[in-house]
Design a protein around this ligand. Structure first.
Ligand code: BDR
Ligand code: CA
Length: 307
């Protein structure tokens, strides 16, 4: 199995990614760190603990991270309701707790303890990883790659915004990660807005007659409503797609480019800009997802919930 550290802000889609990571025999989660984003840090941490305990992953260490972006006031997402995980009537409060250390120190020790470099999956604003890079430079060679759900580049779809939430929340942290030399794969809205839960997908989810299947359907029902109201489409499984790439890297195709992030724009603040023609003459600092096999992604997800 591929050993990973997972940094997230659950969040309904982060929650489904946590489920996938735990259920897949191809993934071994050696730690979960939380950040603010979809809700305040206390809530995303509590949600991570509730989810992990509920799915039988209560032994995975959880460390709480940044309570606000590195250089900006806190912005909270709205898509997941006030608790960050509304619509979970069957999810009890957690009895497990965090490791009691800050996420960046936990990450540094976890990386240092690894024999070789390992993957970090990140599906929230990059505050924790930005801070890790500033505070614990010595462990950076232990990061094989960061697979991050964030950014938007091609805007192939008319329903896509110029700035993606995780990038918009903490663009300075993203800049630190982009400048760090750590290998970064960006799974942006271009591909995640193509893994949508619409009627045919619901029908499949509903067939999964387990307690876990029911909880996932509850999450999707809540999540979908807000998506449909604001964007007119079903729930996009942004974060699960990023996580799924640990299990099957061929689900998405990537291309390298130098990426800039707009730290000043009035309408494009937090926008990620790819220099595909290398007009700025700078070496690529990320790989950007541009094509996804949505059907294969959903088959993988159904199978993980079923077995
Ligand atoms: C990202 O923002 C959050 O709302 C989701 O959890 C996802 O990580 C999508 O833009
Ligand atoms: Ca997220």
């Amino acid at each position: 199995a591929t050993r990973i550290l997972y940094d997230c802000d659950p969040g309904h889609d982060d929650a489904i990614a946590l489920v996938m990571a735990h259920r897949s025999p191809a993934v071994e989660m050696i730690g979960v760190t939380t950040t603010c984003g979809n809700a305040e840090i206390e809530k995303t941490t509590s949600n991570a603990l509730r989810i992990l305990e509920f799915i039988g992953a209560g032994d995975v260490p959880v460390a709480e991270g940044c309570h606000r972006p590195l250089a900006r006031p806190l912005v909270l997402g709205t898509a997941d309701g006030p608790s960050g995980l509304e619509g979970s009537p069957y999810l009890p409060q957690a009895t497990i707790t965090t490791v009691g250390r800050h996420a960046v120190d936990f990450l540094a020790d976890a990386l240092a303890a690894e024999a070789g470099p390992i993957t970090i999956v990140a599906t929230g604003p990059l505050s924790n990883l930005g801070l890790l890079i500033l505070k614990h430079r010595a462990v950076l060679p232990k990061i094989k790659e960061i697979i991050w759900m964030g950014g938007v580049f091609y805007r192939k779809s008319e329903i896509i915004t110029p700035t993606e939430f995780n990038a918009f929340c903490d663009p300075e942290a993203l800049k630190i990660v982009l400048d760090s030399g750590v290998k970064l794969k960006m799974v942006g809205l271009d591909v995640t807005m193509q893994v949508l839960v619409e009627e045919p997908q619901y029908a499949e989810f509903r067939k999964i007659d387990t307690q876990l299947g029911k909880v996932v359907v509850d999450w999707l029902l809540f999540y979908e409503k807000l998506h449909r109201n604001s964007m007119g489409v079903g729930g996009a499984l942004h974060d699960p797609l990023a996580l799924a790439l640990v299990i099957d890297p061929t689900l998405v195709r990537f291309r390298p480019a130098h990426i800039g992030v707009d730290l000043r724009g009035s309408y494009t603040f937090g926008a990620t800009v790819a220099d595909f023609w290398n007009e700025r003459g700078e070496a690529p600092n990320a790989e950007i997802a541009y094509e996804v096999d949505a059907d294969r992604f959903f088959d993988l997800l159904y199978a993980l919930l079923r077995d």
